[in-house]
Write a protein that binds this ligand. Structure first.
Ligand code: ADP
Ligand code: MG
Length: 155
């Protein structure tokens, strides 16, 4: 199991920007980690890597925001306020041609597809974060293997 350490928000964004280069339509990524760990920063790097030019902010109140200006559409979700008992129809997004990134996905385990790349961001101190990834199927395994051997991101 690889782990990556970053020392600034810029480094975390550089990591996720690099990861984004391997994403294909229909991929689903989940982001877990405490408030302030860097999940939204990570999502911004994904957006940048997909070539999205719009400003990406945390969709805490809207739950989902869609961005269509990049190479692949991005569905950015924040389910901080959602519980697993609620059916808010998020699964419709997983069938579409965009990439889905879900912050606080641990809140909705029943609604997630099996083949997701689960990313955890752990705060070590003010500037340092540990990033770990786990693949749930063949699609996410491919992404995991690509980033594990990518020399643009040190580990
Ligand atoms: P979350 O979405 O997990 O609640 P945010 O991405 O909104 O967290 O915020 C992360 C905060 O941590 C930002 O203020 C960012 O500047 C700061 N930070 C400091 N070091 C890092 C790092 N290495 N990676 C990501 N964020 C960092
Ligand atoms: Mg956030």
């Amino acid at each position: 199991m690889h782990q990556w350490v970053t020392h600034s928000p810029e480094e975390t964004m550089a990591f996720s920007e690099c990861l984004a280069s391997y994403l294909q339509p229909g991929d689903v990524l989940t982001l877990s980690g405490d408030l302030g760990a860097g999940k939204t920063i990570f999502s911004k790097g994904i957006a940048k890597g997909l070539g999205i030019t719009e400003m990406v902010n945390s969709p805490t109140f809207t739950i989902v925001k869609e961005y269509h200006s990049g190479r692949i559409a991005l569905y950015h979700m924040d389910v901080y306020r959602i519980s697993d008992e609620e059916d808010i129809g998020l699964e419709d997004y997983f069938e579409q041609d965009g990439v889905t990134v879900i912050e606080w996905a641990e809140n909705i385990p029943s609604w997630l597809p099996k083949d997701v790349l689960s990313i955890a961001v752990k705060r070590v101190n003010e500037q340092e974060r540990i990033i770990t990834c786990a693949a749930g199927g063949t699609r996410s395994e491919r992404i995991y293997e690509e980033i594990s051997k990518d020399e643009r991101i040190s580990h």
